[in-house]
Design a protein. Structure first.
Length: 215
């Protein structure tokens, strides 16, 4: 199952908007014991948890990597994609030995859900101020308004999707908070300025990935 989200945000608020989207996706794919909480961004509340520091660090790391790879030093508006995939063990060939007595080949995992977050960073990043021209303040205010609207609409799309599409979720056989392996990939959209194909960041959070495969 694949689902796409279009997120538009002013660069100065981009970090928190991305983190909010990622947390909302993961919150709805944490099927085990969690300690739920909520956070706010641009007066919009989104869900999170307090007992998964590794996931919190991974989301923060990937957000930083996206901004560094796709936004910093680029002419705005700049674009990029974050892809989140959740995996499940398939019925493919399985080796009988390996780390801790188990080893899975690459074709033993299949993605049962893919989220593509297509992100555009707006060029306005100044905040309204008494010291700035009125026109600049108005432009910044509009940019923040667009960011808030896009963020809120993205959250609504996530909620609608998880509420209306449940039949594809694999059977849950573990009591872990996150029973399915997951990966987060970053793609830089370089085609607009250079004509090149998208470049994918190969860092997928393998520490968490391998740990979950072995569990």
């Amino acid at each position: 199952m694949q689902f796409s989200i279009e997120l538009v945000a002013e660069r100065s608020v981009l970090r928190e908007s991305i983190k909010g989207i990622l947390w909302t996706i993961f919150f709805n794919r944490l099927f085990g014991p969690i300690t739920p909480t909520s956070r706010e961004f641009l007066d919009v509340t989104y869900p999170s948890v307090t007992n998964l520091p590794d996931l919190d660090s991974l989301i923060d790391e990937k957000t930083t990597t996206f901004i560094r790879t796709c936004i910093e030093g680029k002419a705005l508006p700049a674009n990029g994609t974050i892809t989140v995939q959740f995996w499940n063990k398939s019925n493919g060939k399985r080796k009988s030995s390996g780390w801790f007595g188990r080893e899975y080949e690459s074709d033993d995992l299949e993605a049962w859900e893919t989220w593509r977050i297509n992100i555009e960073s707006l060029p306005i990043e100044e905040r309204p101020s008494m010291n700035r021209p009125k026109s600049t303040s108005l432009e910044s205010s509009r940019a923040v308004t667009v960011s808030m609207k896009s963020f809120e609409e993205s959250l609504t799309k996530i909620y609608d999707f998880v509420d209306n599409h449940k039949e594809h979720v694999p059977p849950i056989t573990s009591l872990e908070s996150s029973p399915f392996p997951y990966t987060i990939k970053i793609e830089q959209d370089r085609r607009r300025s250079t004509g090149e194909k998208r470049h994918s960041d190969g860092d997928e959070g393998w520490g968490s990935y391998i740990k979950k495969i072995l569990d």
